[in-house]
Design a protein around this ligand. Structure first.
Ligand code: MN
Length: 204
């Protein structure tokens, strides 16, 4: 059983001007495809592991043979993180509903959350991701390096920003702060709220 690259849930130019069409083509059609292909290659000789969804493999890395564990982290993580990322993006959806209330309860105001998240995203050294997660029923902002995912630490992702240069370099070059600002203009809060409600259900 092979893992397939999920189709983008919108057109490559749907997020213009915040993410340009060329970046989307390279990011989804090339980078995400390569993570998917290499994940499949990694599991080529492990037919039992092929039957388990990638998220489940990442939840329990101790069960992955040491010989392929790092590749599952890198390529399985790359596959899962990008699959989670695309549906989080849409122009014109304001922060709302239960997740907005939970953010205000945790961080005081939405602006305080945005400032704290942006700081963490800006300060990540090298390539990786910044996340809002639920951990034991509590909201938390975390960073991960490379393609590591908070799933492997038992946390449930609610939203994330890709901080690899391939996510923004064509348009923003080295100006990561501008990419973080743009990201907040295209966050799909319907999807974030869905992730929040799913996480609440799971944590009960
Ligand atoms: Mn990426």
């Amino acid at each position: 059983m092979m893992t397939k690259l999920p189709a983008l849930p919108y057109k490559h130019n749907s997020l213009e001007p915040y993410i340009d069409e060329q970046t989307m083509k390279v990011h989804h059609d090339k980078h995400h495809q390569v993570y998917t292909d290499k994940f499949n290659e990694t599991l080529a000789d492990y037919s039992e592991l092929q039957k388990i969804p990638a998220e489940e493999l990442l939840k329990d890395l101790g069960k992955i043979p040491e010989k392929i564990r790092q590749k599952v982290i890198d390529f399985g993580g790359g596959y899962v993180n990008h699959s989670f990322f695309w549906p989080l993006l849409k122009i014109g959806v304001e922060p709302k509903d239960e997740v907005l209330e939970a953010i205000k309860t945790k961080f005081g105001t939405f602006e305080k959350f945005k400032d704290e998240f942006s700081k963490q995203a800006a300060s990540l050294f090298g390539s990786g991701w910044a996340w809002l997660v639920m951990d034991k029923g509590q909201l938390e902002i975390v960073q991960t390096s490379n393609q590591n995912t908070p799933i492997s630490d038992g946390k449930t992702p609610l939203l994330t920003i890709d901080l690899w240069e391939h996510a923004y370099y064509l348009k923003y070059q080295n100006r990561r702060a501008e990419w973080i600002d743009a990201f907040f203009k295209i966050l799909n809060w319907d999807q974030v709220n869905k992730n929040f409600l799913d996480a609440l259900t799971k944590s009960r």
